[in-house]
Ligand binder design. Structure first.
Ligand code: NAP
Length: 488
């Protein structure tokens, strides 16, 4: 089916407590390929009592999982990692089929996703506590780090594999069990991960994937006493909603939310090099990336040369089906995303932006949006204020660094920022003043297991990856061992 080398990786049932499960009322939802609307498969609409039962089973599974040594858990995680890499081609194809991104990018996502499992298999062995010099006579003071409990992982469609492994690997390594609620558009990558977790010997109930109505499932996960952590990646809008719901049981919440990344080229930057970097930072995953350069700021002296170079490079990008090896940009996820892209362009042009390039008549299908370059954007435009999440690049000129810092920080978001230039004093000044959780200088690539991924302001709470990733799924317990001198 769909030319998977191993057709058993296309699972059409939820995975709970080591079993493949249909909806108790027989209802399901079909999932289609955004490239051509072709049918991929169906997923069950689980019912509320099935979600509650899954939570209880995950809680029971924690007894054995947390009792294992960190080393034994690491062995299981590395088995899972091996299984994923052995099935890289099929997993990449599943991503391309359900998400639309190119096979090249999908393979990159599988490697990226697997790298978190390897990282946290190791990091779990180093989930250290500490000892403190005592302020109490004859006492020994120390802390241990305990698994927090059952963790609910709610994930988006733009990285259907890696946004799961980045959370799950940390949670599992530290001794939690997890329930994954994948995006409805991209459930098959999550279910394939469950199939491979099963083959890797993860015990029943440790890694679960539940599908169905997002609002119903999330409300149960957020309000259930037994779930102790909510880890969400998605829009700021839904993140706020989940935080409200999770407050009722005071859960630990980590939120990886939207971005509105500025890309700043310093006055000393070669316009063509800046254009090459900006194109790379803008169009990955067809612009449907929380790190995508959303607002491009170019010094007025090189503005026209930059626009010309950007348009020339953008024209070389090929839009098409992600399965075609020549494709650079796949389709957008659905019609709503295409409509939003069109409305962002209309709004900007009605407020004075210039359409430099991008002709939608060239789109190869109904879910495609051709890369578009808008010049002279302003803070009054939606393209400046909102996370675009589409291949529309908005560029504006600036005159001095003070002005560009004010413009770049003029957003509720604070995920990532890009600086390109040569003058180290100017770069350092910007690095300090930009209000973003991640600042990348002269590099489009910034993510990976060793770094603490996450935003400030309304881009989120907490960090994923790095040693800090364990914090989201563990809690510190303090021991005071007193009166130690007595009896000797
Ligand atoms: P989304 O609409 O917020 O959905 C994310 C998840 O929440 C999905 O599983 C979705 O389920 C669920 N959901 C949707 N509506 C819900 C509701 N009313 N109540 C409870 N759950 C609900 O986000 P998305 O469109 O999938 O993903 C794009 C967003 O993710 C962008 O804002 C992007 O910046 C962000 N993102 C952030 C990072 C990061 O690390 N900071 C990384 C990647 C993406 P259904 O799919 O079933 O609706």
């Amino acid at each position: 089916m769909h030319f998977l080398q191993d057709p058993r990786l296309l699972r059409q049932l939820a995975y709970i407590n080591g079993k493949w499960v249909a909806s108790s009322n027989g209802h399901d939802t079909s999932v289609s390929n955004p490239a051509d609307d072709s049918f991929i498969g169906r997923i069950p609409d689980l019912q509320p009592e099935q979600i509650s039962a899954a939570i209880e089973q995950a809680d029971k599974a924690m007894i054995g999982w947390r009792a294992m040594s960190a080393d034994a858990r690491a062995v299981k995680l590395m088995n899972w990692h091996e299984q994923i890499l052995q099935n890289r081609e099929d997993l990449a194809l599943l991503i391309t089929l359900e998400q639309g991104k190119t096979l090249r990018d999908a393979r990159g996502e599988i490697d990226y996703g697997a790298s978190f499992i390897r990282w946290f298999a190791e990091e779990g062995r180093r989930a250290y506590g500490e000892t403190m010099p005592s302020h109490i006579p004859n006492a020994q003071l120390s802390t241990v780090r305990e698994p927090i409990g059952v963790a609910a992982l709610i994930t988006p469609w733009n990285f259907p594999n890696a946004m799961i492994t980045r959370k799950a690997a940390a949670a599992l390594a530290v001794g939690c069990t997890v329930l994954v609620k994948p995006a409805s558009e991209t459930p098959f990558s999550a279910l394939a991960l469950a199939e491979l977790a099963d083959r890797a010997g993860l015990p029943a109930g440790v890694f679960n994937v539940i599908t169905g109505d997002p609002a119903m499932i999330s409300a149960i996960l957020c309000k259930h006493e037994t779930v102790k952590a909510i880890s969400f990646t998605g829009s700021t809008r839904v993140g706020r909603l989940l935080l409200e719901q999770a407050a009722s049981t005071v859960k630990k919440c980590s939120m990886e939310l939207g971005g509105n990344a500025p890309f700043i080229a310093l006055p000393d930057m070669d316009p063509d090099e800046a254009a090459k970097a900006a194109v790379d930072a803008k169009f990955q995953t067809s612009g449907q990336d929380c790190l995508a350069a959303n607002r491009i700021f170019i010094h007025r002296d090189s503005y026209d040369a930059f626009l010309e170079a950007f348009a020339r490079r953008m024209a070389q990008l090929k839009t098409g089906n992600g399965q075609d090896p020549d494709t650079d940009l796949g389709p957008l996820i659905n019609q709503q995303a295409v409509d939003k892209a069109a409305s962002l362009v209309d709004d900007a042009m009605s407020k004075g932006a210039r359409l430099v390039a991008g002709d939608q008549f060239d789109a190869p299908g109904r879910h495609y949006f051709m890369p578009t370059l808008l010049a002279d954007i302003t803070p009054q435009m939606r393209v400046f204020r909102e996370e675009n999440f589409c291949p529309v690049a908005g560029v504006m000129p600036y005159d001095d660094l003070e002005q560009v810092v004010t413009l770049a920080n003029d957003t509720e978001y604070g995920l990532a920022a890009y600086i390109y230039g040569n003058d180290i004093r100017q770069i350092w000044g910007l690095m300090q003043q930009l209000e973003f959780g991640m600042v990348s200088v002269n590099s489009v690539k910034m993510t990976g297991p060793p770094i603490p991924f996450g935003g400030i302001k309304q881009s989120g709470l907490g960090r994923e990856g790095s040693r800090h990733g364990l914090d989201e799924f563990s809690q510190i317990k303090y021991y005071c061992l007193g009166n130690l001198a007595a009896g000797f």
